[in-house]
Structures are given as structure tokens and as C-alpha cells.
Design a protein around this ligand. Structure first.
Ligand SMILES: [Zn+2]
Ligand SMILES: [Zn+2]
Ligand SMILES: [Zn+2]
Ligand SMILES: [Zn+2]
Length: 307
């Protein structure tokens, strides 16, 4: 124990401290093991010759890469700013008081590194200065998509072919080939509008996939139904398509003309922005015919490609 250092709890090894501080959930996706295969360029430090430097930049507590401010204890043990706020001023390695010491030298070393995008294994071959990497990864076109299924919270992520197979196999979603559709939505007790969602339908059209959502929700106090289309791909590609939806009966109809939203936007976000065909319940029941006790809506639509 260093003179004057106060004793903290019985934490001696860094891997032990991960358990003690309960931060294992912080390890997220930043698995950077792919980085070791990269070749540096442009006069900056090449990573393959500098994996020692790279290791120094891994937080010894959570194993994530460290970004400024990088902290250190009076004995020089480093840790990331996330972990610093969690360890209550106690160095996880030597148990001395942490204080508020920045490790400027390591921050400077990081500046000189080039690192590959963490989605390298998914097809991104870009290499970034250390401090630009995080920003790129938030928008990298190769980052995995979330499962677009809306009925339950699903944590599956992947590229589009993976998710199409997942929707088919695990959610038993209907797949349709073609760019026009004619779909019936039925509910025997339409007065229960507890954020009901109907089975997603996926369309194969122009060689791409689109998800047709239909759901009930409360808009303020008014019960509504909403149909909208999402595109299985990025926003810049979604904009190349448009779609129309139509619902009606007895000589009346509602139509909607829209641009499919990328599944990068959650179905909830799209719903809350009301970017789709919205049908008030009274009108939906009128369109259903009969005695208004049952919802029976026929939604037709078409997906088009803008030239
Ligand atoms: Zn950390
Ligand atoms: Zn220490
Ligand atoms: Zn990338
Ligand atoms: Zn899923």
C-alpha cells in the first residue's frame, strides 16, 4: 500500500473488479478483436506493429476502448471515464484513491492511431483515426440492423439476409413476392385498443424487402389504426421508393402516398411520427360494414420505384 493511500474495499485484481462493480453489462458490442489484422498507413502508427499500444487503450476494468478523458490513479493505473464514475474514487487495480488525474500522454498516443471500423467483419473496410472511429461506427452502413418485428421486443440484430431468414423462421412472418398487395385486417373486439399489432407482412419487390405494419394505438384519447411501410435497408435507399395505401367501402376511401421508412427507425418512432395511413376507429368500423362490432378492413397498396 502506498503511503497515505486510503484503503478501499477488497478489490485486488482488475478482472475481479468487473464483478465487484457490476459493470459487466457495459461491455456492449465493442468487441475490437478484429482490429489486430489491420495494417496502418500514412505514417501513423500501424496497428499490427503496435498491438501493445492498442492494449494500453483498453480499459482494464470494462475492456472497452478508452476515449478522453482517460483517467489514472496516482500510481499510473488507467481507466475509462465510464468506469471512473462507477468505482467511487477507488482505483480498481491498487485500491488507492483515484483523485482526478487525466492521462494526457495516453490520450495523445491514441490520436496517432488508425483503427478499423468495428464492423470490419460485416464488410466495412474503412480505417479511421482513433477519435473518428466511434462517430463513424454510429453511422456505418455495415452496422447491424435491429429485427423489425413489432409484436414483441426482439433483440436479434444482423444484416438484411439474416433478418429476412430470422423473420421467416422465428417469427413465422408471411413473405409475399410482388409490388402490389391486398390485405385484410380482422379483429373481433375492436374496442380494445391496447396497442394491438397485427402480424407483419414482408414483401419481396424490386429485389428488396419491405415490411407492412398495421396496428392500433391511442392518439391522445382517440383510438386509431395505422398502416405503414418500412424498408429493409438504409434511409438513402428507402428514399428511392414510394408506396400508396388505400382503404375504404361504400363509395368512400382514404388513400396515403408515402416514402417507406428505413428499419433504422424503430416501428414505434415511425408510428409516433404518424408517417402512414391513419384511420380513426369510427371510420375503420364504418369501412368494416356490418354492425360495427367487428373490424374487417381491406388495405390495398402498391410499392413503386422512383427513377
Ligand atoms: Zn472502463
Ligand atoms: Zn491504481
Ligand atoms: Zn464502418
Ligand atoms: Zn426478431
Amino acid at each position: 500500500m502506498a503511503p497515505g493511500g486510503s484503503t478501499c474495499r477488497e478489490v485486488t485484481e482488475s478482472h475481479r473488479s468487473i464483478v465487484d462493480y457490476d459493470i459487466t453489462t457495459e461491455r456492449s458490442e465493442s468487441n475490437c478483436s478484429t482490429a489486430t489484422s489491420t495494417v496502418g498507413f500514412g505514417g501513423k502508427l500501424g496497428l499490427h506493429q503496435n498491438s501493445g499500444v492498442y492494449e494500453l487503450l483498453e480499459c482494464p476494468v470494462c475492456s472497452n476502448l478508452m476515449y478522453p478523458p482517460i483517467h489514472q490513479c496516482p500510481n499510473g493505473h488507467t481507466l475509462c471515464s465510464n468506469c471512473k464514475t462507477r468505482v467511487r474514487n477507488c482505483c480498481p487495480t491498487c485500491r488507492n484513491d483515484l483523485g482526478n488525474i487525466r492521462c494526457l500522454a495516453l490520450e495523445k498516443v491514441a490520436e496517432s492511431l488508425d483503427l478499423p471500423c468495428k464492423y470490419q467483419s460485416l464488410g466495412c473496410h474503412d480505417i479511421f483515426p482513433y477519435y473518428s472511429k466511434l462517430k463513424h461506427e454510429q453511422h456505418c452502413q455495415f452496422r447491424p440492423y435491429n429485427c423489425p418485428y413489432a409484436g414483441s421486443e426482439c433483440s436479434v440484430t444482423g444484416d438484411i439476409p439474416t433478418l429476412v431468414a430470422h423473420l421467416k423462421d422465428d417469427h413465422k412472418v408471411d413473405m409475399h413476392d410482388g409490388c402490389t398487395f391486398n390485405h385484410r385486417y380482422v379483429k373481433s373486439n375492436p374496442h380494445e385498443v391496447e396497442n394491438a399489432t397485427w402480424m407483419l407482412t414482408v414483401f419481396n419487390c424490386f429485389g428488396r424487402q419491405f415490411c407492412l405494419h398495421f396496428e392500433a394505438f391511442q392518439l391522445g384519447t382517440a383510438p386509431m389504426y395505422m398502416a405503414f411501410l418500412r424498408f429493409m435497408g438504409d434511409d438513402n435507399e428507402a428514399k428511392k421508393f414510394s408506396y400508396s395505401l388505400e382503404v375504404g367501402a361504400n363509395g368512400r376511401k382514404l388513400t396515403w402516398q408515402g416514402i417507406p421508412r428505413s428499419i433504422r427507425d424503430s416501428h414505434r418512432k415511425v408510428r409516433d411520427s404518424q408517417d402512414g395511413l391513419i384511420i380513426q376507429r369510427s371510420l375503420a368500423l364504418y369501412f368494416s360494414g356490418g354492425d360495427r362490432q367487428e373490424l374487417k378492413l381491406r388495405v390495398t397498396g402498391r410499392i413503386s420505384k422512383e427513377e
